[in-house]
Design a binder for this molecule. Structure first.
Ligand code: CP
Ligand code: NVA
Length: 304
């Protein structure tokens, strides 16, 4: 098991399976009301540079439920905002915490934290990746479909951080993943090419949302403008319109397809209200599974 969780391409298939198994076990125990106090005495920091509802709340709840203590820090209230070097911050916070989740902009920042920290560093979203989200989304697929093998997974919309983490996961797990994005918003070519090298036949990027969604078992989308891209929102709206997940597009998918969105959703943009609230949508279970997966992640990384 890796010491840090920075991006999914760093994990082996066994690492993924260890996370899934532990998350399922912790979920079972929570539903049965059996307490699991594996992190008593541990302190977990959350250093966030961007807003968050789910990731912050589920990591904090996960830590409390496992008997440990979470400590949230908004980066803008720290000396980082006054140019204290990352390498100094990383070494100082390592003296206080047993693990640290970071939500920030560039991957370089989190990589630098990982280089200098002596505690596990967990990527809670960066511009190019959202690994913990895709781990918990795979848990949701396992919940509804029992397996991720032999499924067709569609990604419709922006070739963003979520898309990149799906591509990373597809390479390691051998997933059948078809992404439909406007050409100017294709996922990063280096990330796609590396993944295709590992999983040559089952990862595809197209500009045709119907091709991606046709007979798909899982239909996944995300906002058209991510955090930090707010100024591009209006310009993007026009380009992305044909990539809306609506009932017409969903009719192309398998009848029992599940619709996923990591949230927050912009109803009427990347997804329509009727699809988000409709019978195929699993978004609330998807949000819940962040709690169970985050428990598995912190328990495994903070105790190994
Ligand atoms: N899905 C997700 O990461 O949500 P938050 O931005 O609310 O954490
Ligand atoms: N792609 C989105 C995900 C939010 C959870 C963003 O980065 O804003």
């Amino acid at each position: 098991m890796t010491k840090h969780l920075l991006k999914l391409s760093d994990l082996s298939k066994t690492d993924f399976e260890v996370f899934f198994e532990r998350a399922m076990e912790l979920k079972r125990r929570q539903k049965q009301g059996t307490a699991n106090r594996s992190l008593v005495g541990k302190t977990f920091g959350l250093l966030f540079d961007k807003p968050s509802t789910r990731t912050r709340a589920s990591f904090e709840a996960a830590m409390v439920q496992l008997g440990g203590t979470p400590l949230f820090i908004s980066s803008k209230d720290t000396q980082i905002s006054r140019a204290e070097p990352i390498k100094d911050t990383a070494r100082v916070l390592s003296r206080y915490f047993d693990g640290l989740a970071i939500r920030t902009f560039s991957q370089d920042i989190i990589d630098e934290f990982a280089r200098f920290a002596t505690i596990p560093i967990i990527n809670a979203l960066t511009d190019p990746y959202h690994p913990c989200q895709v781990l918990s989304d795979l848990l949701t697929i396992l919940q509804f479909k029992k397996t991720y093998e032999k499924l067709k997974i569609a990604w419709v919309g922006d070739g963003n951080n979520m898309a990149h983490s799906w591509i990373n996961a597809a390479a390691v797990l051998g997933l059948n993943l078809v992404l439909a994005c406007p050409e100017e918003y294709f996922p990063n070519k280096i990330i796609v090419d590396e993944a295709i090298k590992k999983n040559p036949d089952k990862i595809k990027v197209t500009t045709d949302p119907v091709e991606a969604v046709r007979e798909a078992d899982v239909v996944n989308t995300d906002v058209w403008a991510s955090m930090g891209q707010e100024s591009e929102q209006d310009a993007r709206r026009g380009v992305f319109e044909p990539f809306q997940v609506n009932s017409k597009l969903l009719a192309e998918a398998a009848k029992d397809a599940i619709v996923m969105h990591c949230l927050p959703a912009h109803r009427g943009e990347e997804i329509t209200e009727d699809v988000l609230e409709g019978p195929n949508s699993v978004v609330w279970d998807q949000s819940e599974n962040k709690l169970h997966m985050h428990k598995a992640i912190i328990e495994i990384l903070l105790t190994s």
